[in-house]
Every structure is written in C-alpha cells, then in structure tokens.
Design a protein around this ligand. Structure first.
Ligand SMILES: Cc1cc2nc3c(=O)[nH]c(=O)nc-3n(C[C@H](O)[C@H](O)[C@H](O)COP(=O)(O)OP(=O)(O)OC[C@H]3O[C@@H](n4cnc5c(N)ncnc54)[C@H](O)[C@@H]3O)c2cc1C
Length: 462
C-alpha cells in the first residue's frame, strides 16, 4: 500500500525561495518535520530570476570586455559579437545544475515538498492544492516581485522588468534603465559590455544611493569612463511608445529615446490575498511585520526574506531562515546585526560594503568621533595588473573599531568577506594592521588601508 503523505508538520513553510528553503533545510537538520509549499520553482527569485542568472550574464560581459580589450595586455583578441542564444544557454545551464542540486538536497533531508499555490488559512494551517496542511509553526516566505510606478505599465517587450531582461533573446541596441540601484546598475553594466547604448535615470542624487557617497562617486566615474550614461536627480514623468522603441521624459525636462525601458525601481512583497491579514498577521506597506527574531504578532507564525522589511538579499533570507529554524528547535538565537551583512553590486567595477557609511557614523557617534581613510587601488599591485581603478574606504570610531568598509574595483565583492570579519569582530585598525596579507593580492589593499588608519602607511603617502 502506498504510504499516505503527511499533512502535519512541526514547521510548515510557505514559499521555497532563499528564505523558505534555508529554513526548511536547517529545521530538518535539527530533527523537525518540515513541509515546504512552493507554487513555482524551488530556489525562488535568487536562483531563477535573480542572483545566479544575473551573475552569469555579468561573467559573460566580463569575457566580452576581455576579448575587446585584449590588446591592452598585448594579447590580440577581437570581439566578434554576442550570441544571446549561447549566452542564455550558458546562464540557464548554471541555473539548471544548481536547481538540480538543491532539489536533491531538499529530498535528502526528508522535507515534504508540496508543489502547489498555498494560502494561509489559520494560525497553524496552509491550504494548498485542495489539501489543508498543519504546522505547529508556520513560516511565511513568499518573497517579492518587481515593482512599477502608478500608470507605468509593464508590457514585457518594450517596457520590461528584470524578469523579462533575463529572457531577452537579443542585445538591445539601446536601453533606458529606470533606477540606479543594484539591479539597474548591474544590467547597465552587462548591456554596455555587450555593445548597447545605456542610460540610467535615477531620482536620487547618486547611483547606488544607499552606499557611502564615496563609493557612488567612484562608480559614477567608472561608468562615465565606460560610456554608460546616467541622469541623476531626474524624476521620471512618463514613457511613450515611438515607432522603434520608447521615449522617456523626466521632471527636469530631459527626453530620452531607446529601444526599451527597463524598470528597476525596487521590489515589493508578495503578500496580497494570501490570507495574512485575515489570520491577523500585522502588516506594514504590504510587508509582514516581525520582531528581532522574525516572529510576527501571531505567536505560531514567523516570516523571513524579502517579505519582511529587512535588506532584500538572498543571504539575508538564508540567515533569517536559519535563525527561525533554530529558534523553533529551541536553540538560543541572537538577532541579526543587519549592518554587519555584506552588500555587493556586481557591476564592472564592483561595489562592496559592510558596516555603516561615513554619514551614518557621524550621525551615530558625532562628527568629531569618526575617522576615515581612503586607500586608492592605484597603489595596489594586483589591481594595477588587472587595470582596475577604485578605492577602499574605512570608517572607524576614533580610538575604536572599524565600523564601515566601502570598496570599489573589479572583483571588490571577493574582498568583502574579510571586511565582514573585521566589522563583525569589531577589530581595531591596529589589530588588522598586524595581519600580513599575501602579495600581490587585492586583499593587500585592505591591509594597506588598515596600516594607514593605524598610523603606519606602507605603500601610501600619509
Ligand atoms: C535581478 C535580481 C538580482 C539579484 N541579485 C542578487 C544578488 O546578487 N545577491 C543577493 O543576495 N540577492 C540578489 N537578489 C535578491 C534575491 O533574489 C532575494 O533577496 C531573494 O530571492 C529573496 O528570497 P525570498 O525567499 O525571500 O523570496 P523569493 O526568492 O522571491 O522566493 C519566494 C518564493 O515563494 C513562492 N511563492 C510565493 N507565493 C506563493 C504561494 N502563494 N504559494 C506557494 N509559493 C509561493 C515563489 O514562487 C518563490 O519561489 C536579486 C534579485 C533580483 C530580482
């Protein structure tokens, strides 16, 4: 006789993206029974429409740049063209392999995977595919989708979101990108490397506006050099169709034309019509409200990932999912220090940071209690070998630890792992200055910046 699939679990999770599946994996590891409800594909946005496919495109873009610029290194190469069918096959291949691996992992941990659209029906139940599932605890992890502006209609061909951009079968001749945040900047970088004319329209005064201003300015300088256009402080007023594409207007009177408009103004939570309000879960602007341990006002319900108003990053979802699983298993848990979460924009050049900005530090500790140093990558051997420009800026509390690390340069994202240890272990510049970094590496630049901040600069004027 076939075994009846269980409908009762210790933990019942709605949504199988980064937040939901991380919670499922950890809860199962801790011996809890887990049901995971997913209506689309296990892995969610990050694996299928976010982190992984965009980084594959960015790597293909880097290959294109190297082919175009080989002569700079004395290597005769030419870029003969971009075959988007080939690029997409490479990208989709990477996603498919990871997807298969993740499916295997979920299966091996004995998680009950429920492939259906779910809806919260009480504080301990989810209805999915005509079945009522029960959990001693329910975890909401329904994630987010691209946002638009009132009156700005996404048609999926000329006015598109990142979801459509990832499926394009051609390189657009030209593109306008609405929004100079992470997603907008990454697509600008890819398309420029692939040969498109790109203009970013950003309402705030800088690209990547949540970063330290120094990082934004370095990125802007690099983008200017690459020929990526941007209009800053430019509020979008409308888009019209032309014979061949779109015309975008801004409040300051700019009229821009391109083949398509990518709307990259942020992502909104998936929470409408899922029963959350009916069950009494407190919400705010569509996000589910939680305490510092990701618990909602309904004691049996927790929420994680892009659905709650914390940083919309896959690794934040992982962290929150793990935290909830451990709390439900009765382990001691501590709140996440969101300042200590590394943030990377994977454009060329990359922008990476951890901790707080100089402006935030001055607000928090007072202007006189903050010290900064900036180490130019011009002084770093490996960065010169790579021909990348940029800098590492450190922010410290005077006579205290490093509270912010801000990096711009090719491969800067790889440096943020060390920066994150420095911030999270509250290291003093003098302690980091003791550590010998391998030569020649870009990591050495982090060491040099700390040597400078400790008052003993080596390859820097000070
Ligand atoms: C273009 C792009 C690039 C990105 N790049 C990065 C990056 O480089 N690094 C990084 O850290 N982050 C990146 N992100 C952000 C990252 O993808 C998200 O932070 C992460 O996916 C959030 O995870 P989540 O589990 O909260 O939500 P999601 O990944 O959105 O998962 C939610 C899941 O819930 C399912 N679901 C929703 N409603 C229901 C329902 N009613 N029933 C059943 N299932 C349901 C959905 O199908 C989905 O699978 C990027 C995002 C985008 C769009």
């Amino acid at each position: 006789m076939a075994e009846q699939a269980s409908t009762e679990f210790d933990v019942l999770i709605l949504g199988g993206g980064s937040g939901g599946y991380a919670c499922a994996l950890r809860a199962a590891q801790l011996g809890l029974t887990v049901g995971l409800v997913e209506k689309d594909k296990l892995g969610g946005t990050c694996l299928h429409q976010g982190c992984i496919p965009t980084k594959a495109l960015l790597h293909a873009a880097e290959v294109a740049d190297l082919a175009r610029e080989g002569a700079q290194f004395g290597v005769h190469t030419t870029l003969n063209g971009i075959d988007m069918v080939g690029v997409n096959a490479y990208k989709d291949g990477v996603v498919a392999k990871l997807y298969k691996g993740l499916q295997g992992l979920v299966k091996s941990r004995k998680i009950t995977y429920i492939e259906a659209e779910g809806r919260l029906s009480s504080a301990t139940t989810v209805d999915a595919g005509g079945v009522r599932y029960t959990g001693k605890h329910v975890v909401l992890a329904t994630g987010s989708v691209p946002r638009s502006l009132p009156g700005l209609e996404i048609d999926g061909s000329r006015v598109i979101t990142s979801d459509h951009a990832l499926r394009l079968d051609r390189v657009p001749a030209s593109a306008i990108i609405l929004g100079g945040g992470v997603i907008g900047v990454e697509f600008a970088s890819v398309w420029k490397s692939f040969g498109a004319e790109v203009t970013i329209v950003e309402a705030l005064p800088h690209l990547v506006p949540v970063e330290d201003e120094a990082n934004s300015k370095l990125l802007e300088r690099a983008f200017r050099k690459r020929g990526i256009g941007f209009e800053l402080g430019a509020r979008f007023t409308g888009v019209q169709y032309t014979e061949t594409g779109v015309q975008v207007t801004t409040e300051n009177g700019k009229v821009l034309e391109a083949e398509l408009l990518l709307v990259a103004i942020g992502r909104g939570p998936v929470s409408a019509n899922l029963g959350y309000e009916e069950v009494g879960v407190e919400m705010e602007r569509g996000f589910v409200k939680v305490d510092a341990l990701c618990q909602t006002n309904v004691p049996t319900i927790s929420a994680v990932g892009d659905l709650i108003p914390t940083l919309q990053l896959a690794h934040v979802g992982f962290g929150e999912g793990i935290l909830v699983a451990e709390r439900l298993a009765g382990l001691d848990v501590v709140p996440i220090d969101y300042d200590g979460v590394p943030r990377v924009t994977y454009s060329e050049p990359e922008v990476a940071s951890v901790g707080i900005t100089e402006a935030q530090a001055k607000d928090r500790y007072g202007a006189d209690a903050v010290e900064t140093v900036s180490y130019d990558l011009a002084g770093n051997g490996k960065s010169q070998i790579l021909k990348t420009a940029g800098a590492i800026k450190l922010v410290r509390q005077k006579d205290g630890p490093v509270v912010g690390v801000h990096i711009v340069g090719s491969r800067a994202g790889e440096l943020v792992s060390e920066a994150q240890l420095i911030y999270n272990w509250e290291a003093l510049p003098s302690e980091v200055a003791q550590l010998i970094h391998a030569h020649p590496t870009q990591g050495e630049a982090l060491g040099e910046a700390h040597l400078a901040l400790a008052g003993k600069p080596l390859h820097a004027h000070g």
